[in-house]
Design a protein. Structure first.
Lengths: 1055, 204
């Protein structure tokens, strides 16, 4: 029994130490790549999807689950131009250099700088050790391994204007298409690689080999008599070696160039330059005027010509799918199918890869598969329709999962071919990017047309975070698997369904009425339900799983799975230590609101706000109370026709984060929000209940918006809010930065009447202004967080809740200025100018300290400075004595103490930690250029630090050192880089020693950090083994003593 | 008079334009001054170090090390730069490089407290491996006995096992003497394994 007891104790200790280590290794990074620019590139059959993104990076995604294999981020100053990938290597071209990357590992095999102006390069060819670069006057064949020039051919820059580069994979030839500047006719440079010598023939020297292999350059022009103007991108019918190009200005003709016969004949002639005018093609109802004709795509033998007709805000498009038939005698064209569709915003169209992006229709050619077909991907209100055209048949596929409300419209689609299964069959996949930046991989099985599947989805909108709120789980039962909702209760499902039914009564009512009571019956009933209803139920009972696997179909097995895992999930979420369990409410630029659970490391719910109708974006998020949040957005331009771009309209939305629904969303056309702040209301102590005894959720904070007309708006707009504001309006000081005039304005609220007896609402009025020089750019305004004041006034520390700090940058003088302003009086408390300084610079204002960093242009390292605000000794005494009846005028005089240090790394952004009672040491989180997040204790930033070691020891401080420590153990993200950090936010946890940190940019990172291991946390030096041994020895002694108690000698001795 | 003034104006303009031309050519020649920065990243005990990213001025220029650890920044404009090695496993000192500000020489120094001069091409060796986690204290018996816990163990063991044995080995007469001398104090009580007959009698 005693041994068992001992073992149990030991187990507890080991578990305690183990728990800490598992907490450290928890996945805390949500990696992002951003909006995809090019994804029509494939790296092998199954190794990965090679993507180029808007955030200036290239990455490789796993085709099976969409995870990032590797990513290369380029600096903002180094612009990524294009990239291409093949089985063995990928080439990335930036405006400075060319990188040759190993596609599977992301390892850079070679990089070389260039100073080219106009540049394009060919796709990589399978089995070839070189790629073709076309500069503004040279065509270069460069070796993949070394980057050295293999062959180089010059062409006249004056005569030839580069248009595009076509690669014929079948014949290993390159066609450079351009325009003859003098004649203004299309011109072609044809480079055909010479075939290797046949086997058996004697091998020549290396030099001879090179000469033999050098590509043959043939220059040819289109028949000069026929003055054709090349104004569309030519395309290639691959197997046929036929270049298609279009001249629509003069003759409206589709032209074909037969390359093989041109090469054999050495020139163009009527035989090989097939010109077919539009009239001769079976294009119907072609009218002159507002119309456009384009060759969209071509496969080995198919091509699509799209005819667009512009109307008033509506474009009618008609696509004609042709098959090219080549015979010895005559070339012929057969019309396979035609398709008509409408585009709402034709002006937004742009060309991308081999597909043309319109509002909702995309065309693709099948380049990889043996079967030859052309595909059209179309988005309707609720469906995604994929139609494949081949000469034999037309296959129509429909995916009804893609709802416009959830994802918005399609931004881009790419067709990829992968061999994901062990079978040798290569299947077509569609990589679909929606307006909300979500990325989905859709698989359509050609053989069994009924099988459609969404393989995976990525939420790339998290790379575009504008603002976020950190909400502790304890405050709110946000999760479905919280205490009450935890049970797999059919009644709860019914209730939830009722809410959904209100939204879509027609569809759901019949199903709801028939819900049986027993579980067995409900299983049967689920099978009878339509997909939409099944999904709705599933989304209610398990939203996290639902978001992970969109399009998840409800069946008996999965229903049981959900039921089985219900309790497990709850237990897991409750076992979190250090209050790691937070809900991040995130708003992104493109109108999405996400609930991100830190314990599950995934998005648990998502709401899409209707801002795309005015091409608007979300700007700010506020917390009203535990259940409601408020969001402000703005339109980019009020008028879609572009007549009045200056007038912006404001968007507001109130969201219930418990029920995940929009309470209110509205556009205000009359005014534009200048600035918005959140102000706390006084607690009146009344019971929050209505006449029926129901509890009313009253706002704890309200959002105050000042508009461009000098008026103000309060949200939520209730009587209670207006009354509460009437009590506190005279304390509100509103600081607005007018960027046009470079002026800082402070508003306060006044009432017209002297005695404030009337019910007139208070009006905003300018109290003071501060005009900045035009050269001074205000980069940051930091408002002191009053909640972060420690509850003590030691060492004459100066605290002022009405204080703001500003950071300005003067590019010409290379100075960074820090201004500390009292908002009530407009008085400048402190003005610190730093010379030889440049951006990036951040300021953090907490308690009585101001910490800022900037890049020292002279010292060439980051300079960190701290300003401590101390109250004047005499006035401070007076202040402390009159603490209860303090008037603003009685505030003590301020003295500033400053000290600067060097930090040997490039710092981009800085954040400061928050703790519950503000007693614990603060920590500064620095986002470094290397992707590290460095935690620096506030104790290093103390202006009292002196060079004299003895004096410093007396004061209990560290002696002054020029350099701040830079140790790897202070890197909180370990070896997971967090790229392009925009901001770092913090929130307190339930433990005073621990703070919750969130850093977001290209990636999202969050963790709990311990700055000073004191108060409620065991010191890192604490020896667990010593404790265990002590316990063991004591237990052994206890057992020994119990055995000894029977000994007579001992008994007599003790007596 | 008017003619003279216009002529002088023309001359002044020509001289000014010539000067400005000279000055612009000068500035263009100074701004276009470029140099290559080369180096090699070493990891002790590894012939082929893992690929790392090298950053100049926080990413204004970037380069990757090749298979043998070599890297090169081509055509870098003259000026002073801050070089960092972005390695996840090893810590390298940042380096301040003076690229061709005086002639075509490249001078470099570590940008931390050490201020070591580094020759070009740069040979970058790590000063320590990166340790992200603090290591737990190893089991050291000596440390345990030095700690208050150890003392606690020692005292409890001493009082439980050694004292009764000590009292048993003492001659009863000597023990009585000690007890009498101590006058029934703490020492007497501790050594009082054999009870004092007088005290016990009086107690009853």
């Amino acid at each position: 029994m005693k041994i068992l007891f001992t073992l149990a104790l030991l187990l507890i200790f080991f578990q305690a130490s183990f728990c800490i280590s598992t907490e450290q290794t928890k996945k805390r990074v949500h990696e992002g790549i951003g909006e995809i620019v090019r994804s029509d590139l494939e790296c092998g059959s199954s190794s990965g999807i090679f993507v180029q993104t808007e955030s200036n990076m290239v990455a490789l995604l796993k085709p099976k689950n969409g995870e990032i294999v590797w990513k290369h981020k380029f600096n903002e100053k180094e612009k990524l131009i294009t990239s291409t990938c093949s089985h063995h290597s990928s080439v990335v071209l930036t405006d400075r250099k060319i990188l040759v990357v190993q596609p599977n590992t992301g390892k850079v095999l070679n990089e070389f700088n260039h100073n080219f102006n106009t540049i394009t390069f060919s796709k990589l060819r399978t089995g070839k050790d070189h790629f073709v670069v076309v500069l503004d006057d040279t065509i270069q064949y460069r070796e993949l391994k070394t980057g050295n020039i293999k062959y180089s051919t010059k062409y006249s820059k004056k005569e030839f204007e580069l248009a595009s580069l076509l690669l014929n994979e079948e014949s290993n030839s390159v066609v450079v298409v351009g325009i003859n500047k003098k004649r203004k006719t299309p011109e072609f440079l044809y480079l055909e690689e010479q075939k290797q010598k046949e086997k058996g023939k004697p091998k020549g020297t290396d030099k001879e080999k090179k000469v033999n292999q050098e590509p043959k350059l043939i220059k040819f022009q289109v028949d000069s008599d026929n003055k054709i103007k090349l104004n569309t991108k030519p395309t290639l019918l691959r197997k046929q070696s036929i270049v298609l190009y279009l001249d629509q200005e003069r003759t409206k003709s589709v032209n074909f160039l037969d390359l093989n016969s041109i090469i054999s004949q050495g020139k163009t002639s009527k035989d090989n330059n097939v010109i077919i005018t539009v009239e001769s093609l079976p294009l119907k109802n072609l009218k002159s005027g507002n119309e456009n004709l384009q060759i969209i795509t071509s496969s080995s033998s198919h091509f699509v010509v799209v005819q667009e007709q512009y109307g008033q805000g509506l474009t009618k498009s008609k696509a004609f799918i042709y098959k090219f038939k080549k015979s010895n005698k005559k070339n012929s064209i057969i019309l396979i199918a035609e398709k008509e569709y409408n585009n709402n915003k034709s002006k937004n169209k742009k060309e991308k890869g081999n597909g043309k992006e319109t509002e909702s229709t995309f065309w693709f050619s099948n380049q990889r598969s043996d079967s030859d077909f052309v595909t059209c991907v179309q988005q309707t209100e609720t469906k995604l329709i994929i139609t494949s055209y081949s000469s034999e048949k037309t296959i129509n596929e429909e995916i009804d999962y893609f709802k416009r409300n959830d994802y918005g419209k399609i931004k881009n689609v790419d067709l990829l071919f992968f061999n994901l299964n062990s079978k040798k069959q290569i299947l077509p996949f569609y990589l679909i990017e929606f307006e909300d930046l979500s990325l989905h991989m859709v698989n359509i099985n050609q053989k069994t047309t009924k099988t459609k599947n969404i393989l995976w989805g990525r939420e790339e909108a998290l790379t575009d975070i504008i603002d976020l709120l950190i909400i502790p789980k304890k405050t709110l039962n946000i999760y479905q698997n919280s205490n009450e909702n935890n049970k797999f209760d059919l009644e709860k499902i019914k209730q939830s369904l009722q809410i959904k039914i209100d939204e879509s009564k027609k569809k759901m009512t019949s199903f709801y009425d028939k819900i049986p009571k027993s579980t067995d019956e409900i299983k049967k009933h689920f099978n009878l339900a339509t997909n939409e209803i099944k999904q709705t139920i599933y989304s209610i009972i398990n939203p996290s799983e639902y978001s992970k696997q969109p399009g998840f179909k409800m069946d008996v097995k999965k229903l049981n799975y959900v039921k089985k895992n219900w309790h497990l999930k709850f237990e897991d979420s409750n076992s979190q230590k250090f209050d790691f369990n937070k809900l991040l409410v995130i708003i992104t630029r493109n109108g999405n609101v996400y609930g991100f659970s830190t314990s599950e490391n995934q998005i648990i719910w998502k709401i899409r706000l209707p801002i795309s109708e005015k091409s608007g974006s979300l700007d700010q998020i506020f917390r009203i109370n535990d259940k409601q949040i408020f969001i402000i957005g703005s339109s980019n331009n009020a008028d879609l026709d572009g007549n009045n771009k200056q007038s912006k309209s404001t968007f507001i939305a109130m969201i219930d984060i418990v029920n995940k629904e929009i309470i209110e969303s509205k556009w205000f056309e009359q005014w534009t929000a200048k600035q918005a702040i959140s102000i706390g209301l006084k607690d009146d102590g009344d019971d929050d209940g209505d006449d029926n005894g129901n509890k009313i959720i009253r706002p704890r904070k309200v959002v105050l918006i000042l508009d461009n007309q000098g008026d103000y708006h309060l949200f939520p707009k209730t009587e209670y809010v207006l009354k509460s504001f009437d009590l506190i309006y005279n304390q509100v000081h509103f600081v607005v930065m007018n960027k046009e005039t470079n002026t800082l304005l402070c508003y306060h609220f006044i009432k017209d009447d002297l005695f404030k007896t009337t019910d007139n609402p208070p009006k905003p009025e300018i109290k003071w202004t501060k005009q900045f020089d035009k050269k001074e750019e205000v980069t940051q305004i930091n408002i002191n967080d009053e909640s972060q004041y420690p509850d003590k006034h030691l060492n004459n520390n100066y605290y002022n809740p009405y204080m703001i700090s500003l950071l300005t940058y003067n590019k010409e003088e290379k100075t960074i200025t820090v201004l500390i302003i009292d908002t009530v009086s407009g008085k400048i408390i402190g003005n610190v100018k730093n010379y030889d300084a440049s951006l990036p610079a951040t300021i953090q204002h907490y308690a009585n300290k101001l910490v800022y960093h900037y890049w020292g242009t002279k010292v060439k390292t980051t300079v960190m400075s701290v300003i401590e605000l101390k109250a004047n000794a005499f006035s401070s005494k007076h202040y402390r004595q009159n603490k209860k009846n303090i008037l603003y005028q009685n505030r003590p005089m301020v003295t500033l103490k400053k000290q600067s240090y060097l930090f040997p790394s490039y710092v981009n952004v800085m954040g400061v930690s928050k703790s519950k009672d503000n007693v614990n040491q603060k920590g500064l989180v620095l986002a470094l250029s290397t992707g590290d997040l460095f935690l620096l204790s506030d104790s290093f930033l103390n202006p009292e630090r002196t060079l004299n070691v003895q004096n410093a020891m007396k004061l209990g401080l560290m002696p002054y050192t020029t350099y701040l420590p830079h140790q790897a153990k202070n890197i909180i993200n370990d070896n997971e880089p967090v790229l392009q950090v925009k901001d770092i936010k913090s929130d307190h946890t339930e433990i005073e020693s621990t703070s919750f940190i969130v850093a977001y940019g290209l990636d999202l990172f969050y963790d709990c950090v311990t700055i000073d291991q004191s108060f409620d946390k065991i010191d890192s030096q604490f020896n667990f083994s010593a404790l265990i041994i002590t316990m063991l020895v004591l237990i052994i002694a206890l057992i020994a003593m119990q055995r000894m108690k029977g000994n007579k000698n001992v008994k007599t001795n003790w007596n | 008079m008017k003619v003279v003034s216009s002529a002088t104006l023309v001359i002044v303009l020509i001289i000014y334009s010539l000067f400005s031309l000279v000055s612009t050519t000068k500035t263009t020649t100074t701004t276009t001054k470029v140099c290559d920065v080369e180096g090699r990243v070493y990891i002790p005990g590894k012939r082929r170090p893992e690929q790392v990213k090298i950053l100049l001025n926080g990413g204004e220029y970037t380069a990757y090390t090749l298979r043998n650890g070599e890297f090169k920044f081509s055509s870098i404009k003259s000026g002073i730069y801050f070089l960092e090695v972005d390695s996840k496993d090893y810590a390298y000192s940042p380096i301040k490089i003076d690229v061709c500000t005086k002639g075509k020489t490249i001078r470099a120094k570590t940008a931390d407290e050490t201020f070591k001069t580094v020759k070009h091409p740069l040979k970058l060796t790590p000063y320590s491996p990166k340790v992200y986690y603090e290591k737990g204290q190893p089991l050291n018996p000596l440390k345990i006995f030095k700690s208050p816990m150890g003392i606690m163990i020692a005292v409890s063991l001493f009082s439980m096992f050694i004292i009764p044995k000590l009292s048993g080995s003492i001659d009863p007469e000597e023990l009585k003497q000690v007890q009498q001398e101590s006058g029934g104090g703490l020492l007497g009580k501790l050594l009082g394994a054999v009870p004092n007959p007088q005290q016990s009698n009086s107690g009853r």
